[in-house]
Structure formats: C-alpha cells, structure tokens
Design a protein around this ligand. Structure first.
Ligand SMILES: [Zn+2]
Length: 327
C-alpha cells in the first residue's frame, strides 16, 4: 500500500504463478464516492489482498465505483466479488460488446487451429488460459465511457484516453491538472505489453503503435501502470517499446525467409524471454500467447504489403512478398 498523491493509493494484488507478479490496483478515496481502477483475478489470493487494502483505507464498498482499463482477467476478473448494488462500473464499448457476445472462445479456438496451433494441444491451452480459469462468466451492468469522457472522483478529474492495442478497447485515465496517466497495460516497465491478434479483420499492432504515439504527445509527469513500477519518463519508455516492435517485425521477416509458414511455426522460431530451453518445453498457455503475438506481427506486415497471406483449405500460411509496394 502506497499513497501516491493525496487520497490516491496503490494497492498491490498478488498474481500467483504469473511472471507479472502482481497487479497495481489504484484506489481514489473520497468523502462522496470512492473509485477503484482495476481489480485482480477472480481468486482468493487477490480477494484477500484487496479486502485488507480497502479495510486499511477504511473504504466502504457501498460507496465505491469501478473503472476497468480492459477486459483481461487480471484486471476485470475480481470485479464480480467487489461490486455492490450501488456500484457503477465504467468500461469501454468494444470490450463490453465482446463479453456480451457468446461463442468467442470457440471462435478463438477455430482461429488458432487455422493458424497452425496443433489440434491435440488446443483444448489444453484453452483450459490453462488465465482468462478461462480466473475470469468471470458474470457480466455486470456497465456504464460505457468513450474517449474524452470524464470521471470525477474526490479531487481528481479524470479524462478517458482510448488506447486500443493491448486489447480491443483498452482505455487509460488522464488527470490533466496533476499530469498523471493511469495506464493499465498500455505502457509497462521491464516487460513489454503483449499484443495478440485473434481475428482476420483486426490489426492490433498498428492500433497499439498509434496509441503509443497518442500518449507520447501528452503532458505526463507520472504513469501509473497496471503492473510493476511507476514510470516517470513516458517518452523514453515509449521509444523503447516502439523499437522492440520494430525489431520483432524484422525478426518475423527474417524467419519467413523463402518459406511459407503458419503463424504457429513463426512463433516457434521467434525469440522469447522465457526460462525454457526449447519451444517444445514452453507451457501451453505461453505457446498460445506467443502464437497470438506472432499473428499480430504477421497481420501488420501483411497490411503493409510486405508479406502475403494464403488461405488454403483449413490452414493460413504467410510468405514474403517478393515485390512489395514502394513506399
Ligand atoms: Zn494486466
């Protein structure tokens, strides 16, 4: 527990077995309505940490509203255990539509198979997906907020900044007077927010890079990220993140070389910052994230005209475009 600014607190919520280690939940205390930004996984360790944090701060759950930066289970999952009848839940529209639509797990599984994820590992990968295990089936009543909308909590007046990329509708909160950005997983230090793509009609990496540019131009003194340490120099970190993706894109082009490959094959040849000797030893959930990340980079290159996508029968393969457009 840490008071970052008067009545703005960071509560550390443990994420057992996750390389992210913990989630930063931000709590704004007010004599009127309190606001909690992001919550943790829907599991006991997270609930215990949240409850003890709120007790220390003497926060009355009956007078508390919620803002969730994006739908990933480590941010959204615990919400179901915290809301009361009087709570308002603020969230973005694209992801509200996603959680209200049924059958998206099934569509993701079919899409992964099409991209070369082996049939025998698919179901197991889904079973061990944290969103499956510690998410929540329950859908709250949601107040949709859009880019530029305001939320007032105590002495803080936040403006929503839509930053799609890490997820479809990811949204940050900006406090212009204090020059604070509550960033969710848009900008993290030490770790690179993972950018996955699970549909042919999206280009999340392009969205992400555009969202980085958008935030880069803002006047920010302090970034409050969803995981790890607070960030003071957002421009330097954004430059590193952009460089990282640039390197990745070049790596994917090199891996494709002369061959036609599925996204799964490309993922197995990319370099990953994991404690495993070989791709075969990767935990299944990590193979899943890696494949989603490979697809995001492949789609970006495809839209740029640098690679070609071929849908043959049940399988999608990528190859280099030998005559790329001149730009
Ligand atoms: Zn997260």
């Amino acid at each position: 527990m840490e008071e970052i600014q008067p009545n703005l607190f960071r509560v550390e919520i443990p994420l057992p077995n996750s390389p992210l280690k913990f989630l930063n939940s931000y709590v704004i205390r007010s004599s009127d309505r309190n606001l909690i930004v992001d919550t943790g996984l829907n599991r006991k360790e997270c609930l215990d940490a949240m409850r003890s944090g709120l007790q220390q701060l003497e926060i009355d759950p009956e007078k508390t509203d919620f803002f969730i930066t994006h739908l990933h289970a480590d941010h959204f999952g615990l919400l179901s255990k915290l809301v009361t009848d009087t709570s308002q839940v603020f969230f973005n529209r694209p992801e509200r539509e996603l959680i209200e639509a049924s059958g998206w797990w099934e569509r993701m599984v079919a899409y992964a198979a099409k991209n070369g994820f082996p049939e025998n590992e698919l179901r197991a990968a889904i079973q061990s997906h944290p969103g499956r295990e510690f998410g929540s089936e329950w859908v709250p009543e949601i107040n949709v907020l859009q880019d530029g909308d305001e939320i007032i909590a105590g002495n803080y007046r936040f403006r929503c900044v839509s930053t799609p990329g890490h997820s479809l509708g990811h949204t940050c909160l900006y406090e212009p007077d204090r020059k604070i950005l509550v960033a969710g997983d848009h900008i993290l230090i030490d770790i690179t927010p993972n950018i996955q793509c699970w549909s042919d009609d999206q280009n999340p990496l392009q969205n992400y890079l555009a969202s980085l540019d958008k935030v880069n131009d803002m006047e920010i003194d302090l970034v409050l990220p969803g995981h790890r340490r607070l960030i003071t120099d957002h421009k330097a970190r954004i430059a590193e993140l952009k460089e990282h993706h640039d390197r990745r894109l070049k790596e994917v082009l090199t891996i494709l070389g002369e061959d036609q490959q599925t996204a799964f094959q490309v993922a197995s040849r990319m370099t990953w910052d994991l404690d495993c000797d070989s791709w075969e030893e990767f935990p299944r959930a990590q193979k899943w994230f890696a494949t989603g990340e490979a697809i995001a980079h492949l789609r970006y290159l495809e839209r740029k005209g640098l690679i070609l996508r071929k849908d043959e029968g049940e399988m999608t393969r990528f190859s280099r475009n030998e005559s790329p457009p001149l730009v």
